[in-house]
Design a protein. Structure first.
Length: 135
């Protein structure tokens, strides 16, 4: 994962800890959205993903409450909408803890997707793209 962190630092002008934490937040979201089998494909292709997830900042109170609301609403349209809002709130909160503006989330995603494609091919990129759509 040092290669990905280096790309984020170079292309986005962030610090190492910001790159590590931001990537970890995005991979954590992907893990939550994809499920064990699909995320297992991502993790095995990219190696070190779990370390990035562990380095991600912990969820804040408001983001946690929105996540709880989404799970209570279930899988219908309301639950999906609340889940999307909760995911964005979690990302924004985490990026803020790293000293990054929420606009940086959209800048991290294409770098991560490009890296995923270079290491894991179209399958891994497509899985991550699916999980991170709407971010």
């Amino acid at each position: 994962m040092n290669e990905l962190i280096g790309l984020l630092v170079k292309q986005l002008g962030v610090k190492d800890n910001q790159a590590t934490g931001g990537a970890g937040l995005l991979f954590k979201l992907a893990q939550e959205k994809l499920g064990a089998d699909d995320f297992g494909k991502v993790a095995s292709s990219l190696g070190g993903v779990q370390d990035l997830i562990k380095a991600a900042p912990a969820e804040g109170g408001a983001a946690k409450m929105l996540g709880g609301l989404a799970s209570m609403l279930g899988g219908g349209k309301a639950g999906q909408a609340a889940g999307g809002v909760a995911a964005l709130a979690q990302l924004a909160s985490g990026f803020s803890k790293l000293g990054l503006d929420k606009a940086m989330i959209a800048k991290f995603v294409p770098v991560i997707l490009s890296f995923a494609q270079s290491k894991g091919g179209d399958v891994v990129k497509t899985l991550l793209q699916k999980a991170l759509s709407g971010v």
